[in-house]
Design a protein around this ligand. Structure first.
Ligand code: SF4
Length: 325
C-alpha cells in the first residue's frame, strides 16, 4: 500500500499544505465582484443549469464590501471555528475570478495579498476565462516577482497561488446539456497552460450530472489523471432550488443517477482507487446550505461525517488512492 500523510488512505490537500508550510491554511471565501460570460450575455444569460451562486456564499462575503473588510470579517468568523489558524488563503469562489481586465485582477488579488495573515489566493474560474497574459500575471505572483513588501519569510517566502477550474464533466455531451458553453478540450488547454507555468492547478467535478452513470464517471477518471492537476474536488449533484436542473430532474428523473449515502461512499472509494496517487483530494462531497437544496436525500449529514465514513470504507475494503490506477 502507498503511504499517505496523516495515516490516511488518500492524499488530502490539508496534508499537502502541512508538508509544504507546516500547518493549516484556512480558506476565507471572498467575492471579488466578478461575473461570468455564461450569465452576462457574452456566451449566454441563463448560466449553467445547476448554478445559483447565492447558494455558495457565506454572509461576510459580499461584492459590495471592499476586499479588506471581507477579510477582516472572514477572519473573525473563522476564528470561532478554527481559533489556532494564523495563515489564510483568500478564496475567490463565486463566478469566474479571472473574468475581468488584467488591471482589475491585479487590483483585487494584490489587495487580498496585502492583508495581514493572508499568504495566498485561490481563484475559482472557468477554463475559457484565462489567457497567456493573465496566466503570466498569476505565474509572476506565485514566483514572488510581483508582491511588494511581502512580510513573510520561510516557508511563505512567496505567495501561495492556486487556480481552480470548474470543469464539471469530461464529456462534451454532458457539458452541452448543462449549458456550460465550453468543451472538455478547453479545460484541457487551460489546465496545461496553467500547470506549465508552475501554478498550482485544481479542478472541480460534479458527480451525477444528467445522462452520466457510475460507469461513465469511473471511465472518465483516466481523463482526469491525464490532466496535470495538483488537486481535485468532487461534489455530488445537489439540486439547488429554482435552478433549471431542478426542473429537469422533476421532468426526467430517469436521466439522473440516484445514490443513497453508503452507495455514494463506495462510489467515492471506486473513484479514489483509480485516481493518480500524487493528486491531492480536496473534497469528495459538497455541502450546499440546506435551505437552498430542494431535497435532502442523505438527511443533514455534515462533510466531516462523510469523510469519517470514507476513511472507514477505504479501510474495510483494504484499498487506497491509486490502487487501480
Ligand atoms: S457555474 Fe460558474 S460558469 Fe456556470 S453560470 Fe455559474 S458562475 Fe457561471
Amino acid at each position: 500500500m502507498i503511504s499517505f500523510p496523516d495515516g490516511k488512505r488518500y492524499r488530502t490537500v490539508a496534508s499537502h499544505y502541512r508538508e509544504l508550510y507546516g500547518g493549516r491554511l484556512q480558506k476565507l471565501v471572498l467575492d471579488g465582484g466578478f461575473t461570468c460570460p455564461n450569465r452576462d450575455g457574452t456566451l449566454g444569460t441563463g448560466g449553467c443549469t445547476f448554478c445559483d451562486n447565492a447558494a455558495f456564499h457565506p454572509g461576510y462575503s459580499t461584492a459590495s464590501m471592499p476586499i479588506s473588510r471581507q477579510l477582516e470579517e472572514g477572519i473573525v468568523f473563522s476564528r470561532v471555528r478554527y481559533p489556532r489558524a494564523s495563515h489564510y488563503l483568500a478564496y475567490f469562489q463565486s463566478y469566474s475570478g479571472t473574468y475581468a481586465p488584467l488591471d482589475r485582477l491585479k487590483e483585487v488579488y494584490l489587495a487580498a495579498l496585502s492583508y495581514p495573515g493572508v499568504v495566498g489566493i485561490v481563484v475559482g474560474t472557468r477554463p475559457d476565462c484565462v489567457d497567456e497574459e493573465k496566466l503570466d500575471f498569476f505565474a509572476d505572483l506565485s514566483s514572488g516577482r510581483i508582491v511588494k513588501d511581502w512580510a513573510y519569510g520561510k516557508p511563505f517566502d512567496k505567495p501561495v497561488v492556486v487556480l481552480e477550474y470548474g470543469i464539471e464533466s469530461c464529456r462534451d455531451e454532458t457539458l452541452r446539456r448543462v449549458n456550460r458553453c465550453h468543451d472538455f478540450a478547453c479545460a484541457q488547454r487551460a489546465v496545461a497552460m496553467t500547470a506549465e507555468r508552475g501554478i498550482e492547478t485544481g479542478a472541480h467535478f460534479i458527480l451525477g450530472l444528467p445522462s452520466e452513470t457510475r460507469e461513465t464517471i469511473l471511465e472518465d477518471v483516466a481523463k482526469i489523471n491525464a490532466l496535470p492537476l495538483t488537486s481535485v474536488k468532487f461534489h455530488q449533484l445537489q439540486l439547488v432550488k429554482g435552478t433549471r436542473m431542478e426542473e429537469e430532474h422533476r421532468l426526467h428523473p430517469e436521466d439522473f443517477m440516484e445514490m443513497e449515502l453508503p452507495e455514494y461512499i463506495d462510489f467515492a472509494v471506486d473513484i479514489l482507487e483509480r485516481l493518480r496517487p500524487d493528486m491531492c483530494v480536496e473534497r469528495i462531497a459538497g455541502e450546499v446550505p440546506p435551505r437552498f437544496v430542494s431535497e435532502h436525500r442523505w438527511g443533514l449529514v455534515r462533510n466531516f461525517e462523510i469523510l469519517h465514513m470514507l476513511d472507514a470504507r477505504l479501510e474495510a475494503r483494504g484499498t487506497w488512492q491509486g490502487r487501480l490506477c
